[in-house]
Design a protein around this ligand. Sequence first.
Ligand SMILES: *Cc1c(COP(=O)(O)O)cnc(C)c1O
Length: 222
Amino acid sequence: MSSHDPATRLAIINESIARAADLAKRRSGDVTLIAVSKTQTAEAILPLLAAGQRDFGENRVQEAETKWPALREDYPDTVLHLIGQLQSNKAEEAVALFDGIHSVDRSSLVAALARAMDKTGRRPTCFIQVNIGDEGQKGGCAIDGLAALLAEARVAGLPIAGLMAIPPAMVDAAPYFALLAKIARDHGLAGLSMGMSGDFETAVTIGATHVRVGTALFGARA
Ligand SMILES: *Cc1c(COP(=O)(O)O)cnc(C)c1O
């Protein structure tokens, strides 16, 4: 796969998503492929834009601010997703730039995002990130803290679409995807941001609405 050009890789990944959706009796149109363009240059991103890809993911506000305003002049219908940890003091910049924020994981950030949305009048779609493998060093709210955080986010008026998680590395992700899907269902949430280069097809069969794919599209990051 790595020998192909980016547009061909994109087509292959879209086919894989369609096949996985079909297996699960889902519509592939209900799955959004987020091309994770962190560390990639505008030159690397442009072929994907030219091939029709519109949803992109970045993990740092500042890096996204240096790349995307210029790219968006030519592709104004680009949909930008923040998939990395967000500091509360960057909430306003994030709300101004991104259309989706997948890393809402604590009260202080909920409050900062609510203030930023009031101030800017923009309301990016939010996902609450869950620390699904209960890993000490990982971002995301604890599973048993989710109900309270979700209630706070709803009171604050954040448009919460669903849940996001990054399962533990080096083990089968499927049980973690299934757990995230169950928790989302229990809370009446339809959105599931889960699945990366190594496991996006599995995630689609388990209900992912957003898969975040970097390496399989762009090749290994430097
Ligand atoms: C980098 C990253 C991805 C993409 O990972 P790949 O393995 O390169 O597809 C997905 N989600 C998050 C949160 C990331 O930081």
